[in-house]
Design a protein around this ligand. Structure first.
Ligand code: ARG
Length: 461
């Protein structure tokens, strides 16, 4: 019999029973559910809504159920629909009438809002820890490649010289924002919906501050309708995870390109690559491709929940039972991608000579050539035009800028002197880009230290 069967004249249809149930997936919330019920029961006892004996019996009963669930001794059933009613039914079967008092001044609506919020709150630090590990690996790798010149790209066309360290540190910077976005989400979600009731609060003299404090929230949520209707925290998490996956996906795309024979900037460790069933020579970057592919699924999780929420009148609607699977899926996906991606980057082999070779072609020192003339007094726009002509000349002769003779250079401007060759060397071009945030060694060293400090500040917490 259903807990809510009082007003019904018939059994639930078997199809509806299964269709309506969420226990298959929301059993993940068992710990949060029991933790929330423990706080609720204690508060009911403290406020005199139920007797202290009942509160004690409930508390002991719930703790025993928790231990049994963790020992794998409990079987949940779709007949009890969800984790909330499964736990309540178990409790009542074990302790009788006191168990039936647990749901006083509470609804599954504030109960599920609480459980889900606490679950999200618990997972955020786990994801942050993985991000910090990845940042440490990026900082460590960057420290090795501060003087390794590679072409920086725009439009995937060689653009200006950077170092491989600078490129890796760009990802470290992106990950810092992922961390702080998750920290923000955790801060904002930390108000307690318990005590909102079904939607309209309750007539019992409950103490919402007591339960909020017991469950480590900063405060109770200020509006009972909002308390049961709000899923912003789930959407904020999914947004943060979508952006995080977008970062991993861009990195994946680059890893895939860098591993190709066209680039060969890196090779992946054999333990982090896969072969082909027919082509004996193949070594494929499957890990990076899968991470890129899984990004779409996390976006889907976000779009699914945004869409489920968009037309819902206040307060609770059963549509909201659809909130959990996308969040679980996104968390699982991210928690699976981050460690394997981190290990892949940690173990890759870098080919500085191929990066340097690629940097030598494509006129990535053309801006520096224009800057050379500008520093000798020519207005930048004129210098830009002059160097454009030189690039065209080089194109005809199959030469690089630094392969032109001083005589040839002087045909386009008398300002060229012997010192131009040093100014055009890629090491100079990269090494002198010492503006704040640039690729010069002093600046990548500063960035590495900033990443290390960022990680350290959080590991000490
Ligand atoms: N299983 C439900 C969910 O996940 C719990 C809340 C049910 N509330 C209700 N009024 N039917 O959303």
């Amino acid at each position: 019999m259903k807990l809510w069967s009082g007003r019904f004249g018939k059994e639930t249809d078997a199809l509806v029973n299964d269709f309506n149930a969420s226990i298959q997936f929301d059993q993940r919330l068992y710990k949060e559910d029991i933790t929330g019920s423990l706080a609720h029961a204690k508060m009911l006892g403290d406020c005199g809504v139920i007797s202290q004996e009942d509160a004690k019996a409930i508390s002991e009963g719930l703790k025993a159920i928790l231990a049994d669930i963790e020992a794998g001794k409990v079987e949940f059933t779709a007949d009890n629909e969800d984790i909330h009613m499964n736990v309540e039914a178990l409790l009542t079967a074990r302790i009788g009438d006191a168990g039936k008092r647990l749901h006083t001044a509470r609804s599954r609506n504030d109960q599920v809002a609480l459980d889900f919020r606490m679950y999200v709150r618990r997972e955020i630090p786990a994801i942050i820890a993985q991000l910090l590990d990845f940042q440490s690996v990026l900082a460590k790798q960057a420290a090795k490649y501060q003087t390794v010149v590679m072409p920086g790209y725009t439009h995937l066309q060689r653009a200006q010289p950077i170092s491989f360290a600078q490129h890796l540190l760009a990802y470290a910077a992106m990950l810092s924002r992922d961390v702080t976005r998750l920290e923000d989400c955790k801060k904002r979600l930390n108000e307690c919906p318990l005590g909102s009731g079904a939607l309209a609060g309750t007539t019992y003299p409950i103490d919402r501050w007591e339960t909020a404090k017991a469950l480590d929230f900063d405060a109770p949520m200020g509006n009972s309708l909002d308390g049961v209707s709000d899923r912003d925290y789930a959407l904020e998490l999914l947004s943060a995870l979508s952006i995080l996956m977008m970062h991993l996906s861009r990195f994946s795309e680059e890893v895939i390109l860098w591993c190709s024979w066209e680039f060969k900037f890196i090779d992946l460790d054999d333990a982090y690559a896969t072969g082909s069933s027919i082509m004996p020579q193949k070594k494929n970057p499957d890990v990076a491709e899968l991470v890129r592919g899984k990004t779409g699924r996390v976006y889907g999780d976000l779009m699914g929940l945004l869409t489920a929420m968009k037309g819902l009148p206040l307060a609770y609607n059963k549509d909201m039972q659809e909130d959990k699977e996308p969040v679980f899926d996104a968390i699982d996906t991210v928690e699976m991608c981050l460690p394997v991606f981190t290990a892949m980057i940690d173990t890759m082999t870098v080919h500085p000579e191929n990066m340097r070779k690629a940097a030598g072609h494509g006129f990535i020192n053309a801006t520096d050539c224009a800057d050379y003339l500008t520093k000798k007094g020519m207005p930048f726009r004129d210098a830009y035009t002059v160097v454009g002509h030189l690039v065209a000349l080089c194109g005809q002769q199959g030469k690089t800028l630094e392969e032109l003779s001083l005589k040839e250079l002087k045909t386009v401007s008398p300002l060229f002197g012997d010192d131009v060759y040093d100014a055009l060397s890629l090491e100079t071009c990269m090494g002198q880009r010492s503006s704040y945030g640039g690729p010069a060694v002093a600046e990548t060293a500063r960035q590495i230290k900033a990443v290390e400090d960022f990680v350290k500040a959080r590991s000490m917490q």
